[in-house]
Design a protein around this ligand. Structure first.
Ligand code: FA5
Length: 344
């Protein structure tokens, strides 16, 4: 009997919900609440039920009758007033709302920051729109220096529309090294996470906007071995396993010597794929010992102080970390991709 009543209840409420006019609503009322309706016959027959069942069945049938009547009245008034605001049925099970979460790149950047923080690095913010002086000159990249070609630069029109070549979307996080040293003295150990921009064609491992994390350590007696040890420790902490890296001499005007660090491609396990351009290795970061001229630009005496710097490619590290085979996946807002990273 209980089962039958619940079935009637469900049927009646569904019909009321989908009714679009008063005529249909009247028919529903007749079907479920008229003297001859099944529900009312049940109520009338309660007295004939076994004594043990009477209270429960009587109460249930009465509740259902009240509920159907209430919903009919509500729907009737909304149809009469011309706006059907009946769509919410509080008795139906709820739907979990689609809650927001951090973009996978933000989550990954936080992971990187946590590791450096635990290694004693201060976290500093840089500027996305930079002066060419900081983006280039103070980093030892003069106006006519061929190294400017290394970074395909977006120039930004200054608000007063004069000096249009003065502002750029920073091409790397390195200018923040100089800015940070304007207000600090050694010993220092800092990172600058942030977004950078380059006017370049995209492919599986290149984007026109991506994220870097700059690192800068300056003190007395800081050596190349400190740089290598720091980077190895960081990568080990990040990947939780010993990863294979290789160092390649590389030219950056603001370091001497300079080197790139490649990591064995974890997508293809070194066999060669589109991400590593069939090389089995993927360039993860540029680094080196801070150039004496740059130390001077920071008002530091190169005979007294030395330091190292590095610029991590965050997007590429994330690709190897999660096994993502195309850097562009981060920027197309495809929920099938984003929903795989729902950690909040
Ligand atoms: C630089 O940007 C230097 N500022 C790094 C540096 C800092 C060197 C401090 C020495 C001392 P590079 O252009 O190689 O260097 O970029 C650094 C890293 O960013 C690369 O190793 C790579 O992981 C990543 N990267 C570079 N270009 C792209 C791109 N188009 N898309 C995605 N990641 C990129």
């Amino acid at each position: 009997m209980r089962h039958r009543l619940e079935k009637l209840q469900k049927e009646a409420l569904e019909k009321i919900l989908s009714a679009n006019d008063l005529k249909t609503l009247a028919a529903i009322e007749t079907q479920f609440l008229s003297r001859k309706s099944e529900l009312i016959s049940v109520l009338r027959g309660v007295k004939d039920l076994p004594a043990a069942d009477r209270p429960m069945i009587g109460q249930l049938a009465n509740t259902i009758r009240g509920q159907i009547q209430a919903q009919l009245n509500k729907k009737k008034s909304s149809l009469e007033s011309g706006r059907d605001s009946f769509a919410v049925d509080a008795s139906l099970p709820g739907q979990e709302p689609d809650r927001g979460y951090l973009h996978p790149l933000s989550q990954f950047m936080r992971r990187v920051i946590r590791i450096f923080h635990s290694m004693g690095f201060e976290v500093v913010e840089g500027r996305e729109v930079e002066n060419t002086e900081y983006n280039f000159e103070l980093l030892n990249i003069k106006a006519d220096h061929p190294a400017r070609d290394l970074w395909d630069t977006f120039y930004v029109e200054a608000p007063d529309k004069k000096n249009t070549d003065e502002l750029v979307l920073r091409t790397h996080t390195s200018p923040a090294q100089i800015r940070a040293m304007e207000t600090r003295r050694p010993p220092i150990r800092l990172i600058v996470p942030g977004r950078v921009f380059r006017h370049e064609a995209t492919d599986a491992s290149h984007e026109a906007t991506f994220y870097q994390c700059e690192g800068l350590v300056i003190g007395q007696g800081v050596a190349v071995s400190d740089l290598i040890g720091t980077l190895k420790l960081f990568l080990q902490e990040l990947f939780g396993q010993s990863v294979q890296i290789r160092l390649r001499p590389e030219y950056y005007p603001f370091v001497e010597p300079g080197m790139d660090v490649d990591m064995r491609c974890l997508i293809c396990k070194g066999e060669g794929c589109s991400v590593c351009r069939r090389r089995g290795w993927l360039e993860m970061l540029g680094s080196g010992m801070v150039h004496p001229q740059v130390l001077q630009n920071m008002n530091l005496d190169p005979r007294r102080y030395s330091g190292f710097a590095f610029g991590l490619g965050i997007d590429r590290l994330m690709m190897l970390f999660h096994g993502i085979d195309d850097i562009r996946a981060s920027f197309v807002n495809d929920f099938r991709f984003l929903h795989q990273f729902t950690q909040r």
